[in-house]
Ligand binder design. Structure first.
Ligand code: DC
Length: 235
């Protein structure tokens, strides 16, 4: 039985894959090329984790976390500040865009995102945004669970060494001290924790970002989507 065949196809692209595989760079560029919204679903789990820390909600209390998830007003909008951000995230009206990247949030997020009740609330909200169409959604379970009826589903991969090198470059570019071995160990830890939430769609197109520029990847996805860019047409 193919339930998806009976669904209406949503004009949306989903990109799932492990931390550091290049999902956000690809997602943002694709959205720009298409004139669509870019929606990084990880920010919702980050926002909930930040709020739970701020409100001293126990991270092992699923009912309390679910209540908090339901109550939080998370607003993701195009960037209003030119400080390198891809979007602005407000939680209950407060701009938390950079606080979402805090190390205590990074440390705790997997515990928060693991609760089924939390995922139920977040996935329903993400699906609502996806259903509006003209959106590129980035995450771990978007093509399989949140928006299986999206027009194109990508599963983006890269080796752990490549992902660690990229994170290192990003941090160095931001003037943050970085050590390759520590970054690699952190990505390995994230992979292990994310294993439970990572659900590639069976019908996703798997692409590797290894050794490929963001432009090359954008061109390839645009071709897959039937909207070749001018550089892809001429190449
Ligand atoms: O993509 P990211 O690094 O911002 O994701 C942060 C965390 O959120 C990561 O540990 C996995 C989790 N996440 C999830 O469980 N489901 C999603 N759709 C997106 C992110």
């Amino acid at each position: 039985m193919d339930t998806h065949a009976r669904m209406n196809v949503i004009p949306a692209i989903t990109i799932d894959g492990p931390a550091g595989s290049g999902k956000s760079t690809l997602g943002e560029r694709l959205a720009r090329a298409l004139g669509w919204l870019y929606f990084d679903t990880g920010v919702m789990y980050r926002a909930l984790t930040l709020a739970a820390i701020g409100h001293a909600v126990a991270l092992d209390d699923p009912a309390a976390l679910e209540r908090l998830a339901e109550a939080l007003v998370i607003d993701v909008s195009p960037p209003q500040v030119g400080d390198g951000r891809q979007y602005t995230v407000c939680v209950d009206g407060v701009d938390v865009t950079w606080s979402l990247r805090r190390s205590d949030v990074e440390q705790q997020i997997s515990h928060v995102a693991a609760h089924p009740g939390v995922r139920r609330v977040m996935r329903a909200r993400q699906r609502q945004i996806g259903l509006r169409g003209h959106v590129v959604l980035v995450g771990r379970d978007i093509g399989s669970v949140v928006l299986p009826d999206a027009a194109l589903k990508i599963y983006l991969v890269a080796s752990i060494d490549e992902r660690a090198r990229r994170r290192m470059q990003e941090r160095s570019a931001r003037g943050q001290p970085a050590e390759l071995a520590a970054i690699r160990a952190d990505i390995a830890r994230r992979d292990e924790l994310d294993r439970h939430v990572m659900q590639p769609a069976h019908d996703a197109v798997q692409l590797s970002s290894e050794g490929r520029s963001p432009d090359e990847l954008v061109d390839q996805v645009m071709r897959l989507f039937g909207r070749p860019t001018s550089s892809a047409v001429s190449s």
